[in-house]
Ligand binder design. Sequence first.
Ligand code: NZQ
Ligand code: ZN
Length: 391
Amino acid sequence: MPAIMQNFEFHNPTRVIFGAGQIAALARHVPAHARVLMLYGGGSIKANGTYDEVRAALAGLAHPLLEFAGIEPNPRYETLMRAVQLVQREQVDFLLAVGGGSVVDGTKFVAAAAVYDGDPWDILKTGGKVVQAALPFGAVLTLPATGSEMNSASVISRAATQEKRAFMSPHVYPRFSVLDPAKTLSLPLRQVGNGVVDAFIHTTEQYLTYPANAPVQDRFAEGLLQTLLELGAQVLARPDDVEVRANIMWSATMALNGLIGVGVPQDWATHCVGHELTALFGLDHAQTLAIVLPGILQVRRAAKRDKLLQYAERVWGLREGSEEQRIDAAIASTRAFFEQVGVPTRLSAYGLGAEAIEATVAALEAAGLTGLGERRDITPGDVRRALQLSL
Ligand code: NZQ
Ligand code: ZN
């Protein structure tokens, strides 16, 4: 049967406010009479001036601007529940996330949990199905990577049980997101590389599957991948170039705002496995993806054959040699790119070995994640083989 594009609805309600000086626009987009809570992380926004700009933009609010600080990378349920209590106690009715993906994701959870009647962990346990409302919120993004600034997903970690779970809900799209590329110049290079790799792999999760007669989505995805390859090299050569940062920022947003994923099969196995690696061993999100993806592509090379050949030719310009050689070269080039932008792709680089593979496989089994990928047929055994290729 010929592949066909699937039916879809596409609606993305987030207003993007992009460019230098745009934090000032908060004055127009945060309701002046709302009781506003600003949520942020461990202090980077104070060091790079973002905090002061946000405060200045919101000086005209009718009520004092409240704050919740200390949302950690891979935001924790336990921490966020303290923010939920603050929201309820102070009758907050608008949230403002200022930071990276963890702060935005954490704010999404707080927005949903603050008005949820029941055990808030249900929100993660059901993947968001129980969410029927959420407080409105906006974001000021300081780390391009996750796409959280323009999507309806959130990933939360629970320290007590070493779980990392995602939820999605149309109620948690940000009302707006301010993207000022200059605010990303203070990022450590490790986070810059992480962001490029995360955006790259968001794109492959929606592209490297099987053909679905979706040439628009395919070429948008290939355009993002090629752009990220160029930008990855440029940002290493010119880390102070705000134009490069601007394009990284927009690429990361476009990679996971729903557009390239409409009507096509989606994989997400690399992300599922990666979340377990973060939950068990504390690796950065993108570090886990860089370890997992090359092995998954190898193990799935038959099921992904058509798209791997397309990827090899259109993204990497590989036209010589046999089909098998081109697929091998594309996977090797992908791994080399992650290494080039400073994200190691081997478990050993993080001090992990075969025991980490067994623990990851056991965690996937315990969570019932035994049929992953675009065809829901990636088994724990496949995951083990994939990870063994990245020892
Ligand atoms: O906490 P602060 O002090 O702000 O420091 C942060 C943090 O230590 C720092 N940082 C952020 N902006 C900075 C900065 N440092 C200097 N200058 C700046 N401008 O960077 C560190 C990492 O921040 P974090 O927000 O954790 O990184 P990222 O944006 O990569 O977010 C990762 C989280 O997002 C989830 C991941 O699983 C992980 O929990 N994801 C969310 C997705 C979504 N909502 O759609 C999809 C992704 O696949 C991903 O799973
Ligand atoms: Zn990701």
